[in-house]
Design a protein around this ligand. Structure first.
Ligand code: NCD
Ligand code: ZN
Length: 362
């Protein structure tokens, strides 16, 4: 679809979210609509407590998601396996052939929220990666080292140099997504190592740099992992996302945490961007004079990488401002009222979704 840079209205094929945390229990019920009202499909992260490490757990989690889905919405959750040091390759293969494992997620142990049971050393799972390469199961990577002697702002770059480069040599046919990239180094690396390597880019890494976390005080709403970096990295990410290149696609990394867990002596990492995710992205594409590339990034490149057809329906965005609420009320598992703060809380965004258009053929 052609969308002129100065357009006031744009229509794109319905997008997918290739990286989202939907959580579980009351939180799942509270956040699912935000994703499913816009995105037709989403890759659902497995870092629950306990994590999704079996076929049964993945089926059961998918059932809970579908049971929480508002009836009028069509949404397909694509499930992932949480890799551990002792994950069995038979289980991986069986889960793939049963169609429940769409991909497998590598969390280096202790790299982020609920990653304590992640992989302690990449070399220990070569046997799993061999299986994945053979059966065509994609590997999704949280690309950060956890060594305490590596500065937190360098952890992605060091992961790429120390672990990802040799991994690509060992498994040239393995399809890999470096998730939520945050640096110029990652952009360049992904661009020059295709076509089996791709990357997702979040809305927040396109909008904020590390100053946002410290603006007039400590701002836990802007703390996520991998942590936001310097301005030059944000600019490189904006260029990559809006380039239209097939190796970059949409993955919100929407990661809701209750306000009480964020505003805490040890606040959780994660930004809840699902409620205004597509509006957040479109703002960046407009600012970069690249509305023509929005559809590739949001609706085409990801499905193409994963070998899926594009969605049949479309959505129309219109240039009309809307103010993002300061918080969204939600019940916690104990039935008490809590707050979730959405990304862009209190800000005015220039676009809103006008319609979701069904072509009636599904
Ligand atoms: C995610 C979460 O809360 O589950 N947090 C985050 O900061 N992105 C985990 C992750 O994707 O790293
Ligand atoms: Zn994530």
């Amino acid at each position: 679809m052609t969308n002129h840079p100065s357009a006031k209205k744009i229509t794109i094929c319905q997008p997918d979210d290739w990286h989202v945390h939907l959580r579980d229990g009351t939180l799942l019920k509270g956040v699912l609509r935000s994703t499913a009202k816009v995105f037709r499909r989403a890759i659902v992260m497995p870092n629950l407590q306990p994590p999704i490490t079996s076929i049964d757990a993945a089926f059961a989690y998918r059932d809970r998601i579908l049971a929480s889905l508002p009836r009028e919405l069509s949404f397909t959750p694509l499930m992932t396996a949480y890799l551990t040091d002792d994950f069995s390759s038979k289980v991986l293969e069986k889960g793939h052939s049963k169609g429940i494992f769409f991909a497998a997620k590598l969390y280096p142990a202790n790299s982020t929220t609920n990653s304590a049971s992640g992989v302690s050393d990449l070399r220990r799972i070569d046997f799993l990666l061999e299986t994945m390469e053979r059966i065509g199961l994609p590997l999704l990577i949280h690309g950060e080292v956890t060594d305490p002697d590596v500065d937190i702002f360098d952890r992605e770059a060091v992961f790429i140099d120390r672990h990802l480069t040799p991994l690509l040599t060992r498994f040239p046919d393995l399809r890999i997504v470096l998730e939520h990239i945050t640096t110029e180094h990652a952009v360049k690396f992904v661009e020059s190592n295709g076509p089996n390597l791709a990357a997702t880019i979040t809305p927040h890494h396109l909008h904020i740099n590390r100053n946002a976390m410290f603006l007039n005080g400590l701002r836990s709403d802007f703390y996520c992992l991998p942590v936001v970096k310097r301005e030059k990295h944000r600019l490189a990410l904006r260029k990559a996302a809006t380039s239209g290149k097939p190796c970059f696609f949409l993955g919100t990394d929407s990661a809701p945490h209750l306000r009480s867990s964020k505003e805490n002596a040890c606040g959780c990492a994660g930004i809840f961007n699902a409620p205004f995710a597509i509006e957040s992205y479109v703002e960046v594409f407009e600012q970069e004079d690249s509305l023509d590339s929005l559809e590739a990034f949001a609706s085409k490149n990801g499905s193409q990488f994963y070998g899926l057809p594009s969605n049949k329906d479309s959505i129309t965005l219109i240039k009309e401002s809307q103010t993002v609420p300061k918080y969204i009320e939600i019940l916690n598992d104990q039935g008490q009222l809590e707050h979730l703060v959405p990304f862009h809380a209190g800000e005015t965004l220039s676009w809103r979704i006008e319609t979701k258009n069904s072509n009636g053929s599904e």
